[in-house]
Design a protein around this ligand. Structure first.
Ligand code: ATP
Ligand code: MG
Length: 537
């Protein structure tokens, strides 16, 4: 190998953010902060408090809440087993991939020993007083089965006959053992959260929040994870800002106020082209009947539908209404509409929600095809779109989920909430030029000489204390270079501190926009900058 090639190989790997994830950098992060700060303020005025839930939870929580049939749970979650039994897991892998030589008693004996070792460790793990392997029915059954298998191989070895029948039976036995080994789970299967409503409901139950004054009004913000195909406005790690109202009944005014709150938030951010769509998707009484009717009608036109919709006739017919396929639009337009099939309670509730929105001056469009991707929604559902986002134009989805807390083992509790896609919200603000201009430094301190450095350090401290953003170069520079640097950083002023300034006690302030220069005493300078800031100059 040539020296050059060797060097090339040594070159350390260049890391990049994983596909579908990205770094958020300044100055863009200033916009993220403004958005989040506005959410804290607006939601606070509606009496909501912030909740922070973990990034990962048992997969089971999401499967139960979001629904096993949804794309999110069936194919988009990042899941992993979380346990302290990696040695045992390795041994399992060895056993699963091992095929003992059935003609050879020695090989079978080795296999049996390994299996016995595994069984012993499994038994101990299940009884571990500190961090046991979960004693699930599957795991218990696996232990009993494997113990029986070990004993029976032992017996077989005592009277080893390698007739074809015996050998064939042994092959089958190894296959059975493999299957049993595979079902063992050494610990919880966890997932990165694909959304946060399930976690908020889990927390509501876990902390007995039903004992607090109802309803409990919570909001959250943070990253969510879904293994989707990355594209504009769609990432694998994305951010949501959401809110939930739990308990306290299902008065239509609650639905309307939650929607009013999101709209107020968007309004405060000056989000452009905001469009609110609402619908009612019924409840346990009327929705199943409608879904059956829909399924029956869809089956009649099955041949004309695409593969996704064909599959959804079985799994989730409501989702067919969501289809954006051009060829399906004509067919969908003729399907029965849920508004005509709501039970009386749901119809009354829906009418009242609309009335409540009108009383609040919230404009909406009724959209009978609006259904939500998650299983837990009922009655009120809504979606908000904004401009500048192409086909990923939904910035917020929400709805009522009255059965969810109960489904997760809590008391019967009404609930409604929404989740805003923060990435898309930011994109839309940027596209419509609503992002704030980059904030440069207020003051760049151009100092020269040791004495001036000491003064500069003190000046920086005082200016920062007064709330100015200050750049204090770590080493001495020629004034020309310092001024160039100040310019590049977008500084408004350069504070020039040289020997003269320090001995005179008069500091030179240069306004970079027009190049004008003036001298100030230290207190006057601070006063001058304060006044300029107040005038937003
Ligand atoms: P979509 O139909 O766009 O896939 P969804 O119905 O899956 O959205 P929800 O689960 O209701 O979305 O989440 C609420 C909001 O979160 C969406 O309206 C969207 O703004 C945002 N969102 C969802 N998935 C992503 C993603 N992968 N990347 C960025 N934002 C997302
Ligand atoms: Mg989605």
């Amino acid at each position: 190998m040539s020296e050059g090639a060797a060097k090339k190989e040594e070159k350390p790997r260049k890391f990049q953010a994983i596909r579908g994830t990205r770094d958020l950098l300044p100055p863009e992060t200033a916009l993220w902060n403004r958005v989040e700060q506005t959410a804290h303020e607006v939601f606070g005025t509606f009496g909501f408090g912030e909740i922070r839930v973990p990034i990962f939870e048992p997969t089971e929580l999401f499967a139960r809440a979001v629904g096993g049939e949804t794309d999110i749970v069936s194919k988009e979650m990042y899941s992993f087993e979380d346990h302290d039994f990696s040695e045992l897991e390795k041994l399992r892998t060895v056993l699963v991939f091992r095929s003992p030589d059935v003609f050879n008693a020695h090989s079978i004996s080795l296999y049996r020993n390994q299996l016995a070792e595994f069984v012993k460790a499994l038994e101990a793990g299940l009884k571990d007083p500190e961090k046991p392997i979960p004693a699930t029915p599957d795991n218990q059954r696996a232990l009993t089965d494997l113990q029986a298998q070990t004993n029976s191989i032992e017996l077989m070895l005592q009277d080893f006959k390698n007739t074809p029948q015996v050998l064939q039976r042994f092959d089958l036995r190894v296959e059975t053992i493999r299957q049993t080994l595979r079902v063992i789970s050494f610990g919880d299967v966890l997932s990165l959260r694909p959304e946060a409503t399930a976690s908020v409901c889990r927390a509501y139950i876990e902390h007995n929040m039903q004992q607090l004054p109802q309803p409990v009004k919570l909001y959250y913000m943070g990253p969510m994870f879904r293994r989707e195909r990355p594209q504009k406005g769609r990432y694998r790690q994305f951010y949501q800002i959401g809110a939930e109202v739990l308990g306290g009944g299902d008065a239509p005014a609650i639905d309307a106020e939650v929607i009013e709150m999101v709209m107020t938030f968007f309004d405060r951010l000056d989000l452009q082209g905001v469009q609110l769509d609402i619908n009612s998707i019924g409840d346990r009484n009327c929705r199943p009947k409608y879904v059956e009717l829909l399924r029956a009608e869809l089956l009649k036109v099955k041949d004309k539908l695409g593969p996704d919709s064909q599959r959804r006739i079985e799994t989730n017919p409501l989702r067919v209404l969501d289809s954006k396929l051009e060829s399906e639009q004509g067919i969908i337009a003729k399907l029965p509409r849920i508004a005509d099939h709501l039970c009386e309670e749901c119809a009354t509730h829906y009418a009242a929600v609309k009335h409540q929105l009108e009383m609040r001056g919230v404009f909406f469009r009724e959209n009978w095809r609006l259904v939500r991707g998650l299983d837990y929604y009922m009655r009120t559902t809504f979606e908000i779109t904004a401009q500048g986002l192409g086909s990923q134009n939904a910035v917020c989805g929400g709805g009522r989920y009255d059965g969810l807390v109960e489904l997760l083992g809590g008391p019967p509790t009404k609930g409604i909430g929404f989740a805003i896609g923060e990435d898309r919200l930011i994109l839309s603000l940027q596209e419509s030029g609503k992002a704030p201009a980059q904030q440069g430094r207020d003051v760049y301190i151009a100092w020269m000489g040791e004495r001036a450095h000491a003064t500069a350090i003190r000046a920086a401290k005082d200016l920062r204390k007064a709330g100015f953003s200050v750049e204090l170069p770590p080493s001495e520079q020629k004034f020309g270079k310092a001024l160039g640097q100040a310019d590049k950083l977008g500084a408004k002023y350069a504070l020039i501190l040289g020997d003269n300034e320090v001995s005179e006690g008069l500091w030179t302030l240069k306004t970079l926009a027009d190049g004008s220069q003036a001298k100030y005493t230290e207190p006057d300078l601070l006063e001058h900058l304060r006044k300029q800031k107040a005038l937003k100059l």
